[in-house]
Structures are given as structure tokens and as C-alpha cells.
Design a binder for this molecule. Structure first.
Ligand code: NAP
Length: 261
């Protein structure tokens, strides 16, 4: 599996998003994804499925050390004591001793960022999380976070797909060595009906969604598509046997007026 590096942390280029996956469906999809070769699972405290993500992982038979798990702390737990408690509770639900990547889910202007980042760094130093990062941070907040955090930040996880130009955030991440992780990478399924992506896909015998995901990983972006359908699990990871041309990359980027790197 290809990886995207962020300040020393290697994040698998494709992961499974789990927002809205619940109960048995969640556990079954996580298990199947891992059996198919996924090695990165994205969850969050607020998704209310960490328990099922852990169950799916154990049922898959894949070794814990071979799986990269991201979870996120919700904004109501950004005060130092709360953040540490929240991380410990996530570990209990996941039935793990260490989170691979722990993110601040959204900015919370009500708590000083330096205070929250200090607590996040402390969680890392205590061995509860191997790496730490942020989510939904724009350029100004990335700058502020990098300056204030006592430990290196591995990534910014933020929405990105062909209908949303994120060139400035991609550039800020690159400047500070953060990996860029794209959420809603297939625009919540919208790319399926995209004529440009479908036409490009015809040349490679790939679907519009596969072309979209390939366009992301070719920019050195990690993508975490979600599906509740077994056949789409395979489709969404089957993107490492073809390469888009420079012209294809530009044409897709032009959909939102963005420039590919
Ligand atoms: N950090 C944050 O604030 C944040 C915010 C949003 C999301 N996320 C993370 O990012 C993950 C992905 O984002 P997302 O769930 O918003 O949207 P997404 O992955 O862009 O799209 C998911 C939707 O696309 C459909 N789909 C999946 N594969 C497909 C394919 N090959 N062809 C056509 N349709 C397909 C799915 O339907 P089926 O289930 O029917 O296949 C689902 O409705 C989330 O699950 C979550 O882990 C993070």
C-alpha cells in the first residue's frame, strides 16, 4: 500500500471512512475492508462506532500492528483534562492500548488552541497516541497550530474532491511537512455521475470514483472513502494499477479551478 508521509508518520494512501456506519454493518465493513487489503480505518468519537471498528479489526485476523487507526476528539473535550479522558475512553471502546493518529475534529474558538494542543501533545507523550494532528483547519489555523504545538503535527484532515479547490491548504501542509488527508474524497458519491471523470475512466477501464481517488493519491494526498457496500470496498482500493497522465490530472483539477501539484 502506498503511503503519504507527514512529519515522520506514514499514513496509508487509501483508508476506509466510517462516518454513519453503525452496529453490525460497521463491524462487517471494517472486517471485510481489512481482508481486502485496506490498512487505514478512519473513525471518531462523535461517530459512535469506535466499539464496532475495534470489533471489525479483531474479526479480520489482520495483526493490530499492521493497521493504522485514526480517531478524533470532539470539540466539547478540548480542555486539557477532558482531552486526556476522551482519548482514554476512545482506547477503551476500540480495545486498544494506542491510537495511531489522534486528531482534533474541528477548531473550537472557545478554548485557546495552544492549551488544546498542549494537551494533545501530552497524550502523545503519555503513549496513548503514536501521532497527532488536526482536522478542518484552514491556512491561518495551520500556521497557528504548527507554531503552538510542542509535538510535530502529522496531518490536516479536510474535505477535498474535484468540486472543491484546496490548493492553499495543500500548499500550507506541504510547507510544514503535514500530510494532507482528504475526507468526502468522492464528494459523498457525487463523482459517480461526473462525465469528465467517466470519460477519462473509460480509457483505463476504471470508474469515475476510481479516477477521482487516483487523482487524489497522485497529488500525494491520502483519501478515506466510505461505503457500506462490499463491492464498492474493492472498487475504491483498486486504484494502484494505473496512472493518470499530466493532462488528465489538469483536466480533473480544472473542474474546480484548482491546479494539480
Ligand atoms: N474530519 C471530518 O470532519 C470529516 C467530515 C466528513 C467525513 N469524514 C471522514 O471521511 C470519510 C469519507 O467522507 P464521506 O463519508 O463524507 O463521503 P465520501 O466517502 O466522499 O462518500 C461516501 C458516499 O459515496 C458512496 N460511494 C462510496 N463508494 C462509491 C463508489 N465507488 N461509487 C459511487 N458511490 C460510492 C457511498 O454510498 P454507499 O455506502 O451506498 O456505497 C456514500 O454515500 C467519512 O466516512 C469520515 O470517516 C471526516
Amino acid at each position: 500500500m502506498n503511503v503519504v508521509a507527514g512529519n515522520g508518520t506514514e499514513i496509508p494512501a487509501i483508508g476506509l471512512g466510517t462516518w454513519e456506519l453503525r452496529g453490525r454493518t460497521c463491524a462487517r465493513i471494517v472486517e471485510q475492508a481489512l481482508r481486502l487489503g485496506y490498512r487505514h480505518i478512519d473513525t471518531a468519537q462523535i461517530y459512535d462506532n469506535e466499539r464496532e471498528v475495534g470489533e471489525g479489526m479483531r474479526a479480520s485476523g489482520v495483526r493490530r500492528d499492521d493497521i493504522f487507526v485514526t480517531t478524533k476528539v470532539w470539540t466539547t473535550h478540548f480542555r486539557p483534562g477532558d482531552l486526556e479522558r476522551s482519548a482514554k475512553e476512545s482506547l477503551v471502546r476500540l480495545r486498544m492500548t494506542e491510537i495511531d493518529l489522534l486528531l482534533l475534529h474541528w477548531p473550537n474558538p472557545q478554548v485557546p488552541l495552544a492549551e488544546t494542543l498542549g494537551a494533545l501533545a501530552k497524550v502523545k507523550r503519555a503513549g496513548l497516541a503514536r501521532s497527532i494532528g488536526v482536522s478542518n483547519f484552514g491556512v491561518a489555523l495551520i500556521e497557528e497550530a504548527v507554531a503552538a504545538c510542542p509535538e510535530p503535527l502529522a496531518c490536516d484532515q479536510i474535505e477535498y474532491h474535484p468540486y472543491l479547490d484546496q490548493a492553499d491548504v495543500i500548499e500550507a501542509c506541504a510547507r510544514h511537512g503535514l500530510a494532507f488527508v482528504a475526507y468526502s474524497p468522492i464528494a459523498k458519491g457525487r463523482v459517480k455521475g461526473d462525465r469528465v471523470l467517466a470519460r477519462i475512466g473509460d480509457r483505463y477501464r476504471k470508474t469515475a470514483a476510481q479516477v477521482c481517488l487516483r487523482w487524489l493519491v497522485q497529488q500525494n494526498v491520502s483519501a478515506i472513502p466510505r461505503t457500506a457496500k462490499l463491492e464498492r470496498l474493492q472498487e475504491n482500493i483498486d486504484i494502484f494499477d494505473f496512472e493518470l497522465s499530466g493532462e488528465d490530472m489538469q483536466e480533473i483539477s480544472a473542474i474546480a479551478g484548482a491546479k494539480p501539484r
